[in-house]
Design a protein around this ligand. Structure first.
Ligand code: ADE
Length: 228
């Protein structure tokens, strides 16, 4: 999968993909992340990419021309499955969306800044608008990093244990059960006996029950959509 990210603060996007699982995804050739500095594509002087809003009001708006120039260039080079715009008024990002996006070949992600991007780019280029939650960040970069991380780890071959993403919270509609590691007795706090019994079937049943219990306690609304 190739992801092209359009930003005015490329530095914000160097570190998130240089470590751990995202680093491995790229070194295995399963994920390519290309960051584009919008200022390198503006026809205006001094790298201008934003301007005052028509109609007045506080806050600048990202101009359509630099975005259109860069988007046209990218789209000439290859076909993109989606042009995603990160915005607090987009669709709420959930595991379901990550699953769907993880099987795509080419994605563009536009990070908004200031008051956001000119509406005409949303109308004519953007195919999907994503919010990572009901709060406003100072730009779309951190939100884009969240989305790329959530998608990237789902690409087949990225996680070492292919099955492990299947047991993530939300993947089966439930929160994940509790997990324990050594020592079995830490300061007198003991690991549940069943995890030491050596019977994988019994352990699976216990884990499923714990997942149901935790979901019922913390996120009961998830159980409405959950199918046994
Ligand atoms: N840009 C600013 N806030 C955001 C949010 N909550 N989700 C996605 N993009 C954003």
């Amino acid at each position: 999968m190739r992801i092209d990210i359009i930003t005015v603060v490329p530095d914000l996007l160097t570190s998130p993909f240089s470590h751990s699982i995202m680093k491995r995804a790229q070194s295995r050739g399963l994920l390519e992340v290309h960051t584009h500095n919008l200022r390198d594509h503006t026809p205006y002087k001094q790298g201008q990419v934003d301007d005052y809003q028509f109609g007045g009001g506080a806050g600048m708006v990202m101009m359509p021309e630099p975005l259109a120039i860069l988007l046209d260039k990218l789209k000439e080079e290859r076909n993109y499955d989606e042009v995603i715009y990160m915005t607090p008024d987009g669709e709420r990002f959930e595991q379901k969306i990550a699953n769907r996006l993880s099987i795509k070949e080419n994605l563009i992600i536009i990070c908004g800044h200031y008051k956001g991007i000119d509406e005409r780019i949303r109308e004519h280029y953007v195919t999907k608008e994503i919010s990572i939650g009901d709060y406003v960040l100072s730009g779309g970069e951190l939100a884009a990093a969240v989305v790329v991380d959530a998608i990237g780890r789902l690409i087949p071959g990225v996680l070492n244990d292919e099955t492990s993403a299947l047991f993530d919270s939300f993947q089966d509609g439930l929160l994940a059960p509790p997990v324990y590691t050594r020592p079995a007795d830490f300061r007198g706090w003991k690991v549940p006996e069943i995890l030491l019994c050596g019977d994988p079937k019994k352990i699976d049943v216990w884990r499923h029950e714990e997942a149901l219990k935790r979901t019922a306690e913390r996120r009961p609304e998830l159980l409405e959509d959950h199918e046994e």
